[in-house]
Design a protein around this ligand. Structure first.
Ligand SMILES: [Zn+2]
Length: 161
């Protein structure tokens, strides 16, 4: 009986845990998936992810406080490309992308910078803010603007752009 209990215990608790061995952590606005810890991500970005998102919102003077986006971090660009190809059926050579239908940012961890992640956060913000989503061309202009500003850390005065 004790053995059976042990077997059941393994089936119920240990097996599901192994299936979801992938690390994850959550912040107010994001749930991160990947092999990296929250500390590693914060160190790579140079700030908390939520602080980066707050900067993005302030730069554009668009505020969505109930954003809930998943961020899947891949170990390299090849793994990201494979996932992108699976999702879109197209060849993919970028370091990151945002898929609004999945509410998910996909990013290659070695290539991740505050600027690149801010770019994808901007896509998520724009797609969540506007009922009629801006065209992809318009989004890229705004995402590029935010990425450039974050990269250079030239932060504009609020509402001043
Ligand atoms: Zn983009």
């Amino acid at each position: 009986m004790k053995k059976l209990f042990l077997v059941l215990l393994i089936l119920v608790y240990v097996l599901p845990l192994q299936c979801f061995a992938e690390e994850m952590f959550s912040t107010k606005y994001f749930t991160f998936y990947g092999e990296q810890t929250q500390e590693q991500v914060v160190e790579k970005l140079g700030m908390e992810p939520d602080k980066l998102y707050t900067k993005v919102m302030d730069m554009l003077n668009l505020h969505i406080y109930n954003l809930n986006v998943e961020i899947i971090m891949f170990n390299n660009q090849e793994e990201l490309s494979q996932k992108a190809q699976l999702l879109t059926g197209e060849e993919f050579r970028e370091r990151s992308f945002y898929l609004h239908s999945a509410g998910t940012i996909y990013i290659s961890y070695p290539d991740m910078t505050a600027g690149i992640l801010a770019h994808e956060m901007t896509h998520a913000l724009l797609c969540s803010y506007f009922v009629n989503r801006p065209s992809i061309e318009m989004q890229e202009i705004l995402c590029g603007y935010v990425e450039y500003k974050i990269k250079n850390m030239i932060l504009p005065e609020p509402f001043n752009f």
